[in-house]
Design a binder for this molecule. Sequence first.
Ligand code: 4NP
Length: 157
Amino acid sequence: MTKLLFVCLGNICRSPSAENIMAHLIAQGQHSAIQCDSAGTSSYHIGSPPDRRMAAAAAEQGITLRGRARQFTRQDFEDFDWILAMDDDNYRDILRLDPDGQYHHKVRKMCDFCRRHPDTEVPDPYYGGADGFRYVIDLLMDACEGFLDFLERQATP
Ligand code: 4NP
């Protein structure tokens, strides 16, 4: 079983979208041995469901956002195989909890796996309009597909 953890700031917009898009792609394909979860680096929204505007943009693409926000903890370094940060701040905040660099090899930026988009970060849509939320879904679809390919290439020597 390969366990993936998607991480953003609040765990109500980008990372729950990544989690549920990946689960959707896994359900469509033959990737049953992959599990997904998400978390936020902040405590701002612990216990909250995904943002309504984010859920609406996901629903336009046939994806239902499930889950409740939780905060990233050091235990997650042990519990997951891959930890995927949405932006540079998230990446830095995650690595700050691993001062010895013991788990550094598990932490990657989501946009490293994009193939159609030039972005290096998944932009924070929270203070913007509906188009920003739609863009996040499109970007994450690209990155999730790319990451699945990466996992498959790793599995086939
Ligand atoms: P997320 O978006 O990190 O993608 O879940 C945000 C959610 C909440 C806030 C910022 C970004 N906030 O400032 O409360």
